[in-house]
Design a protein around this ligand. Structure first.
Ligand SMILES: Nc1ncnc2c1ncn2[C@@H]1O[C@H](COP(=O)(O)OP(=O)(O)OP(=O)(O)O)[C@@H](O)[C@H]1O
Ligand SMILES: [Mg+2]
Length: 298
């Protein structure tokens, strides 16, 4: 599968801006498929803060006026809803069983973000079949046109589901912490994606850093090895500092950006969201155009 294949019929976020400034009728006769910018958040190692980053970025993007869909793609052990104090009646397992449509399953989250919840405790979902992927993604494809951004919260590890969501996103945001095990796993994730699927561009976010310098050190360490051994570019997207308010938010089932907007972590999320919004259209454009055709590769 060529993950770098051009996506002719897809207009991405930055192009949408351009389109909006054109006079009405300029595109008359041209069928334009509009998709949100799709960003997957991934890490290899578990417990490094992916779900918190997704929830807080989602909340922050809403404050910026963006339409946000969050896809909890930790399919067997999803907990994004719990993190945000939500109790959805239905989840993706109902879609996969053909009992519900995605639109019936999506719930409203804080600040007006929309959330597609995952099931918890359903082992079958941890490795979707090709048909199940097709079902989910063809429905998503029809559903997401109205959104500006879709954030995908991936599971820990390098299962076929995780790899699949990553290779079919516009941007892969890799999360690492200063722990050596997390740095090794972030490297392993990029290595697998690069060697197996030719993914060549990653964004790095360092979470739970004691200081901005410590976060930059993590980036430098990783960059040293990726530069030497992998044919990829890794862009430093920034950091989220270690902040007790995040743990407090988890206990209160509230995103820290909602609970304590002035906390240092909340400000870090603001800076990260601004950076993401201002980033250029990725060189590697996949988006959903590849989702249907991705013959995966277990
Ligand atoms: N910047 C931070 N400062 C302090 N604590 C943090 C920070 N980020 C995450 N945590 C703590 O780490 C815990 C794990 O975070 P989270 O559930 O977001 O990780 P995850 O990567 O999604 O885990 P999993 O791989 O299991 O899905 C949180 O419950 C929170 O207590
Ligand atoms: Mg998680």
């Amino acid at each position: 599968m060529d993950t770098k294949a051009p996506t002719h019929n897809v207009i991405h976020l930055n192009e949408r801006k351009a389109l909006k400034t054109e006079p009405i009728g300029a595109n008359r006769g041209i069928v334009v498929d509009r998709f949100p910018k799709i960003i997957s958040i991934t890490s290899g190692k578990g417990g490094v803060g992916k779900t918190n980053i997704v929830a807080n970025l989602g909340y922050t993007f809403r404050r910026f006026g963006k339409k946000v869909l969050i896809f909890d793609a930790d399919l067997g052990l999803g907990n994004l809803d719990v993190l945000l104090g939500l109790t959805p009646r239905f989840n993706l397992s109902h879609v996969i069983r053909g009992e519900k449509q995605i639109a019936d399953v999506v719930v409203d989250g804080p600040g007006g973000m929309k959330i597609l919840p995952a099931a918890s405790g359903i082992q079958d979902l941890t490795a979707l079949t090709q048909q199940e992927r097709y079902l989910v993604f063809s429905q998503l494809e029809a559903y997401i046109h109205d959104f500006d951004i879709m954030l995908i919260d991936t599971a820990a590890g390098i299962s076929s589901n995780v790899l699949y969501f990553n290779i079919n996103s516009d941007e892969i945001l890799v999360v690492a912490t200063p722990e050596p095990t997390s740095i090794t796993d972030a490297y392993a994730m990029m290595k697998v994606l690069s060697v197996k699927y030719g993914t060549d561009h990653f964004k790095l976010v360092v979470n739970s850093a004691a200081t901005p310098q410590e976060a930059e050190d993590v980036f430098r360490q990783l960059n040293l090895v990726t530069d030497r051994f992998l044919d990829i570019s890794m862009e430093y997207y920034g950091y989220i500092l270690l902040d007790e308010n995040i743990k407090k938010g988890v206990r209160q089932q509230k995103a820290v950006t909602q609970m304590a907007p002035m906390a240092k972590a909340s400000q870090n999320f603001g800076a990260l969201a601004r950076k993401i919004t201002s980033s250029s259209v990725p060189a590697r454009r996949n988006g959903m155009a590849g989702w249907r055709s991705s013959e995966m590769m277990d």
